[in-house]
Write a protein of this length. Structure first.
Lengths: 347, 331
């Protein structure tokens, strides 16, 4: 466990039912090695440090932050591509990180991943039909005919022609490939889809098609999403709640409108202001860059508050004490010693 | 006074095995000294090809089929390659999109910046290194003297893009072509780099051709905007004018399809149906017609000319839209 005190907010009374996903004090460390043969361990990168949050059924939770903040690692931990160093990932109440064998294999059906780059995440030598069918083959679901029928049905759902089965990925545009990726993720009727930068590689006009498709698929399939992106405007558009990450830590979490309208953490405000808006008057009225400098190294994170080296509000206290998550309204928490809003007594 | 850069009727084609792609199909534009012109459009619309035509760095099979590119009165299209090499990096500099791949990984950054100065300015090794240090300081690199001997892999993405900009500025170009200068960077770093470019432009009175797909980047930094679609300019105006009084349905659709921070989550985004046309066989009518929600019979018969009844605001459309997309969208 990390030396920092538990910063997990108590679950608010609002979600009475068990959340679909509950992440508790999650830590993931990557060893840094030197030498080609002996692989001496020379340090540890703390990619995720004591992160706790939950996702309710049918909800879209957005994780936002700059590259290297640990958001993708959380997505990979959740679908089982990485093992946590410590902490728990509860899916429907069961710890998936400790699951093994057939239970693990069965569990994978419920958790699917949509990747960022639709050019790299589809096998160029497989036909689209086989790509979408592969998860069904692996999990041995249905007869051959049933699987083929399912593939055609999935193609229809994501807005592609059933004829697509015989084509190769290179014959499709980026947007169409992302639709194929979504069809593959849907093939096993998952409960949760982790979408890691689902539209970052796409053109603006195609982006909105995929965002709208993701929303409609969620409605028809009762899906729960974890959307991971560096683009706060995309995350805000899709998500009910947002978690803002900085250097492995969750610095603010709350309903997406509260995060946008009343951000409590200076980093969140900086992210909001950094997004270039298609409005000349507002863009030109903006003050100078609120966040200075670059992301510090995760190998030696700053003491106390990790954001202090770039924070316009930082004071001596920030270097000494790690700020804990404090409530700033219903289900809204932020970890800052000198927040932009006044903390409330209860969440 | 004649504009610094004047492109007229530029057609840049790319020969492929079986066909020829008309990447740039009749583009005219001009940039004044100290002006920032934004060229905006989606991938494949020809915006990068337009920029690369200026310095004649075209992909294999690419050639300028027609048109003229005049830099301070000098015709670049027919300029012999030997003289063209003096234009590149000296009069016209380029910042590429990806700072991870556009620097030489085996050369120290100081030497990379100095190389251009030595070639174009015939400076000595020491003079060139001194200039490199100045240039690094100019772009806000912390401790520039120590950094001269760093290799690109030792720098973060934001710092590498600063090195790219320093390299571009070392010879004090008349015009800077910034091709998606911040697309590969994080939002907080993007803002820093855009501010830097704007500040440098003001101080050095440089002209900038800012090529991007991001309407937000254009809104804050460009004096004028040209919207490109399928190899053609479809709308051109002063930045504020373009956003306030959008005329072309494509520009309108682009603006309506961006999720905005102040937008309610339950409103569906407008999405442009279909895909851009195949530029090896472009239609002889309006190229946006199959995807346009306002298309009428004439749009399938004739190609709309770039024009219109407004001063300093041109658009190529038979059924122009009127008004501010933002306010309509917010209502």
């Amino acid at each position: 466990m990390a030396a920092t005190p538990a910063t997990a907010p108590e679950r608010s009374p609002a979600d009475e039912t068990t959340p679909l996903v509950e992440i508790r004090n999650l830590v993931k460390e990557f060893p840094v090695t030197a030498g080609a043969v002996l692989q001496r361990k020379i340090g540890t990168i703390k990619a995720v440090t004591d992160v706790s949050f939950s996702i309710a059924k049918g909800e879209t939770f957005g994780l936002v932050g700059e590259s290297g903040c640990g958001k993708t690692t959380i997505g990979r931990l959740l679908v089982g591509l990485e093992k946590p160093t410590s902490g728990e990932i509860l899916f429907e109440g069961r710890d998936i990180a400790r699951m093994t064998g057939s239970a693990r294999r069965r569990q994978r059906r419920d958790l699917q991943l949509v990747f960022q780059d639709p050019y790299a995440s589809l096998d160029p030598r497989m036909r689209v039909g086989s790509i979408i069918k592969e998860p069904l083959d692996v999990q041995k679901i249905g007869s051959s005919d049933e699987r083929s029928a399912r593939v055609r049905q999935l193609l229809g759902e994501v807005g592609l022609s059933p004829k697509a089965v015989d084509f190769y990925p290179h014959e499709f545009s980026g947007g169409q490939r992302q639709r194929i990726g979504l069809a593959r993720a849907l093939s096993l009727n998952p409960k949760l889809i982790v979408a890691d930068e689902p539209v970052s590689a796409l053109d603006v006009s195609i982006r909105s098609q995929i965002l709208n498709l993701m929303n409609s698929l969620q409605a028809t399939h009762g899906l729960t999403y974890l959307v991971i992106s560096h683009d706060l405007s995309v995350v805000k558009y899709l998500s009910d709640r947002i978690g803002v990450m900085y250097l492995g830590k969750l610095v603010e979490i709350g309903p997406s409108h509260a995060i946008y309208e009343k951000p409590a953490h200076p980093y969140t405000l900086g992210l909001i202001n950094a997004i270039p808006e298609p409005d000349p008057a507002r863009e030109r009225a903006k003050a100078a860059a609120p966040i200075r400098g670059e992301l510090p190294s995760a190998l030696n994170p700053p003491s106390g508050c990790r954001f202090r080296t770039r924070c316009p509000r930082a004071q001596d206290l920030c270097a000494e004490q790690v700020p804990l998550l404090r409530p700033f309204g219903p289900a809204h928490w932020a970890a800052c010693h000198f927040p932009l809003q006044t903390p409330t007594a209860t969440a | 006074m004649a504009p610094l850069l004047e492109i007229s009727g530029l057609r840049t084609y790319i020969r492929q095995r079986q066909n020829e792609v008309r990447a740039v199909d009749g583009v005219s534009l001009s940039i004044e000294e100290g002006e920032t012109l934004g060229l905006v459009g989606e991938s494949g619309c020809g915006k990068t090809m337009t920029g690369m035509s200026i310095i004649r760095l075209l992909p294999p099979g690419g050639y300028i089929a027609e048109g003229s590119i005049k830099l301070a009165g000098k015709e670049l299209v027919t300029l012999p390659e030997k003289e063209m090499r003096h234009v590149r990096g000296n009069d016209v500099a380029v910042i590429f999109q990806d700072p991870m791949t556009s620097l030489n990984p085996t050369m120290q950054i100081g030497a990379q910046i100095a190389e251009g100065v030595r070639i174009h300015r015939h400076a000595s090794r020491d003079e060139a290194m001194k200039r490199a240090e100045e240039a690094l300081g100019l772009v806000g690199m912390p401790r520039p003297k120590e950094r001269l001997h760093d290799y690109p892999h030792q720098l973060s993405g934001g710092l590498r893009q600063r090195v790219m900009i320093a390299m571009a500025l070392a010879c004090e170009p008349k015009i800077l072509i910034a091709d998606e200068p911040t697309t590969a960077l994080d939002v907080t770093i993007q803002l820093q780099i855009l501010e830097l470019l704007y500040d440098l432009k003001q101080r050095l009175k440089m002209a900038v051709l800012l090529i991007t797909h991001d309407m937000g980047v254009i809104a804050g930094r460009a004096d004028r905007v040209m919207v490109m679609y399928a190899g053609k300019i479809v709308e051109s105006a002063d930045t504020v004018e373009l956003f306030e009084r959008t005329r072309h349905p494509y520009t309108e659709a682009l603006l309506a399809s961006i999720p905005r921070m102040d937008q309610r989550e339950d409103t569906a985004l407008y999405s442009i149906p279909g895909l851009p046309p195949d530029l090896s066989h472009p239609p002889t009518w309006c190229r946006f017609q199959p995807r346009c929600r306002y298309a009428t019979a004439i749009c399938h018969e004739e190609e709309p000319p770039l024009g219109g009844d407004l001063p300093d605001h041109e658009y190529a459309c038979f059924n122009p839209v009127s008004g501010n997309v933002r306010r309509e969208g917010a209502a």
